[in-house]
Ligand binder design. Structure first.
Ligand SMILES: [Zn+2]
Length: 145
């Protein structure tokens, strides 16, 4: 039995599957968690950008001290820089994840099972990955989310 520890759950995988395939998949899971975190950060930046930007434009109309408006504009500028950084990170991790996905598919394609003869390990692995993580290892495209 081969085991893969993800979070609190320790899950069993088809016994013939090569450890390097599982390691690759573990790396893939780690990266996809990173992508989720990076997207969350990007979302927060967009939210703050809209907030500070709107405040900078509407405060003068509400008769507030122009200093507040300037402060909000400065804040929007800083948030925008954070957004650019977050956006670059999202792109970077996304490309990285695509490469890993491609590797994983290639590995499964050539048969990453130690049984040598025809068996159902790889198909079982694909099925389990879909069941547990909703990650498709069937086609070339990366499933969103
Ligand atoms: Zn097998």
């Amino acid at each position: 039995m081969l085991w893969l520890t993800t979070g609190q759950a320790t899950l069993a995988w088809p016994s013939g599957l090569s450890p390097s395939t599982l390691r690759l998949f573990e790396e893939y899971l780690k990266r996809s968690e990173e992508l989720r975190a990076a997207r969350r950060r990007e979302g927060i930046c967009i939210f703050l950008l809209v907030l500070t930007g709107a405040a900078a434009f509407t405060l003068p109309w509400l008769g507030a001290n122009p200093v507040f408006s300037l402060l909000c504009a400065a804040g929007a500028f800083l948030v925008f820089r954070c957004y650019l950084k977050a956006s670059r990170r999202v792109n970077h991790v996304f490309i990285n994840l695509n490469v890993l996905h491609h590797h994983l598919l290639g590995k499964l394609e050539v048969g990453s099972c130690r049984h040598g003869e025809s068996c159902d390990c790889v198909n079982e692995f694909r099925r389990l990955v879909w069941q547990r993580y909703h990650i498709s290892l069937y086609e070339e495209s990366l499933t969103p989310g």
